[in-house]
Ligand binder design. Structure first.
Ligand SMILES: O=C([C@H](O)CO)[C@H](O)[C@H](O)COP(=O)(O)O
Length: 205
C-alpha cells in the first residue's frame, strides 16, 4: 500500500496533489510541518474530503502522549505517530488512547539503531512501526542496513519512509513493508499523477 506524505507545501497544493493522485494511494499523511503551519484543522478538512482514505497525522509526538494523540484522533485522523525514543509512558499512554478510539499508533523509529529498543516497543504493545530515514540523513545512509532488522521487525505492521523512489524500492522491499510512505518523489514531481502511477507499478498493490 502507498501513503502519500504531504510535506513542505501549502494547503491548496496539498489538496491539489491528492485530487490528482487519489486513485493510486491508500493513506494520506498530513506531514509534521504542514500540521505546524495549519494546525489540526487541515487534518479535519482532509478527512472530510476523503473519508474513505486512512488519514495519518504525522504528529511525531515525543511527550504529552495522551494529549497529542487525542488531538489527532479528535481531528479525524485514523493514525498518528509517536517517536520510538520517547519514554515508554508516553508511548503506552498513546496506545491506550488509540485503543479507546479504535484507532492506530505508528511508532517512528527515526534515529533508532538498537534492536533491543525495537523489542522493548513490541513488549509494551506497539503494533506498527515506521523504518524511517530522516530527510536530513537521506543520501548519507546506506540502505543495506535495513535487512539486518528483519528478525526484530517480525510481527509488526511495517511502514517505511525516507526518500523512497522507484530506484530504491528494492532495498525497502527486503523488509516486506505493509505501507510505503512516499513524499517528495511524488509531491516534487512535475507530473505527480505519473509519479504515483510509477510507484504503484513498482510496489504492486
Ligand atoms: O516524515 C517525513 C520527514 O521526516 C519529513 O517530515 C516524511 O514524511 C517522509 O520522510 C516521507 O517523505 P520523503 O522522504 O520526501 O519521501
Amino acid at each position: 500500500m502507498i501513503q502519500i506524505a504531504l510535506d513542505r507545501m501549502g494547503k491548496e497544493e496539498c489538496f491539489k496533489i491528492i485530487a490528482q493522485i487519489n486513485r493510486y494511494i491508500d493513506y494520506i499523511e498530513i506531514g509534521t510541518g504542514v500540521i505546524k503551519q495549519y494546525g489540526m484543522s487541515i487534518v479535519q478538512e482532509m478527512k472530510k474530503f476523503y473519508p474513505e482514505k486512512e488519514i495519518l497525522a504525522d504528529m511525531k509526538t515525543c511527550d504529552a502522549g495522551k494529549h497529542e494523540t487525542l488531538q489527532a484522533f479528535e481531528a479525524g485522523a485514523d493514525y498518528t505517530t509517536v517517536m520510538g525514543f520517547s519514554a515508554d509512558k508516553t508511548i503506552i499512554d498513546s496506545l491506550q488512547v488509540a485503543e479507546e478510539h479504535r484507532k492506530h499508533i505508528v511508532v517512528d523509529l527515526l534515529g533508532i539503531t538498537s534492536k533491543d529498543r525495537i523489542l522493548e516497543l513490541k513488549e509494551i504493545g506497539v503494533k506498527a512501526v515506521s523504518m524511517h530515514i530522516g530527510k536530513d540523513m537521506q543520501g548519507e545512509t546506506s540502505l543495506d542496513y535495513l535487512e539486518d532488522y528483519l528478525d526484530v521487525l517480525e510481527g509488526f505492521t511495517i511502514f517505511v519512509a525516507g526518500g523512497i523512489d522507484p530506484e530504491c524500492v528494492q532495498y525497502f522491499s527486503k523488509i516486506n513493508p505493509n505501507v510505503y510512505i512516499i513524499g517528495s518523489y511524488i509531491t516534487g514531481s512535475k507530473y505527480p499523477e505519473q509519479a504515483a502511477k510509477n510507484m504503484q507499478e513498482v510496489i504492486g498493490k
